[in-house]
Design a protein around this ligand. Sequence first.
Ligand code: 4AD
Ligand code: MG
Length: 465
Amino acid sequence: MDILKRTKIVEVLKREDFGTFVNVKGWVRTRRGSKQVNFIALNDGSTINNVQIVVDVDLFGEEALKAITTGACISVNGVLVESQGKGQRAEIQAKEIEILGEADATTFPLQKKGHTLEFLREIAHLRPRTNTFGAVLRVRHHLAYAIHKYFNDRGYFYLHTPIITASDAEGAGAMFQVTTLDLDKLPRNAEGKIDYDQDFFGKSANLTVSGQLEGELGAMALGSVYTFGPTFRAENSNTPRHLAEFWMIEPEVAFNEIGDNMDLAEDFLKYLITYALENCADDLAFLNEMYDKELVERLKFVTENDFVRLPYTEGVKILEASGHKFEFPVFWGADLQSEHERYLVEKHFKKPVILTDYPKDIKAFYMKLNEDGKTVRAMDVLFPKIGEIIGGSQREENYEKLFERMEQMHVPTKEMSWYLDTRRFGSAPHAGFGLGFERLVLFVTGMTNIRDVIPFPRTPKNCEF
Ligand code: 4AD
Ligand code: MG
């Protein structure tokens, strides 16, 4: 085959210089046609749209074309021509076709007919080749890019916080341990306990559940920082919203108080959704058509309306007065479940809600105590279909109050002296939050299971690929 520089299909479909020679490479979605002419729908992942390859059967021979089955990878040299059909402008009249990789039709699991999302989860190594996962993964990419762009444009610095850590930021106690000790021959100390002196770090270590605590150290020097990295939680919650390995974005800003934190969260989310609407129009149109006819409308609605800001205490009153039968009880002090959050958002306000000032006993040790002594300056952003998408707070900047709270909640103050140091040396009000990246991708794509918005999901009893 002549050497011709490859053009991506996304570019080919925009071109109007009909009559020029082009080369495209990609995976065959379908081949159909008659004894005279075949049509190959070719996709290279650069866009949801396929380019149509028009093949003169006599030129190649019926036998040779049989190897061009769904899933095969081919390289095509041909002439760009104006499409006869509706929709797309350009198609390619094939002159030379090279098969780069065949895909045996009897064993290739992805066939023309649609597959269930459950089935596709079992073949997650091949599902990126489907329209659905191509769309989701492209949207995921654009959102990740938009996150960096948002913060960069506003003078925030990307801080790389550690993935292996010895502290438990959320105090949730659901961490994955990291060790090089031989589990069959664990060394014991004089008290009969595991001797972590002999472990790799000379102490017990875990995978991080959040970059926040180190993020705070960064904010106290650089002013405005954000983290964007993988986080790990060993909670055994097999729900459509939880992963054992997920990505989190955590801005942390010196001198911000809870109101600024809410403003930032709302502006950030609206920016990201707007960015997706503007930059992922084809993929969102496909997802809207296939899975959720109200998707684009819902995304626009969220960008165009103010979020409701409501204290937890008021939220609980609304839930109690609703007369709605919830699976889990609601009362002041209860940790709200996703059914409660979604009731407030979808039934009561019909808008995203930022719930604030939660009882201190259901929130982490680092949140700033309110004057009432009972609630903390926490904020959770609740979204339709998702429930909690963001969790954050203003931080306790007073050394004595923070120390006391840590003692009460059995957070080891000695091991965490580095964290307390921020409050000993040049303490300042500061606030931040964590956005669950997959929950954002869920919302933007309209998918309903978090396993379908990350390439290779990790959940209890599932660590394939
Ligand atoms: O509310 P969380 O636990 O907050 C923190 O970790 C704070 N340190 C954040 C901060 O203030 N810097 O988690 C933040 C968000 C949640 O709102 C949710 O979107 C997501 O992370 N999240 C999960 N996403 C997927 N799977 C899980 N198991 C998740 N747990 C939390
Ligand atoms: Mg939370």
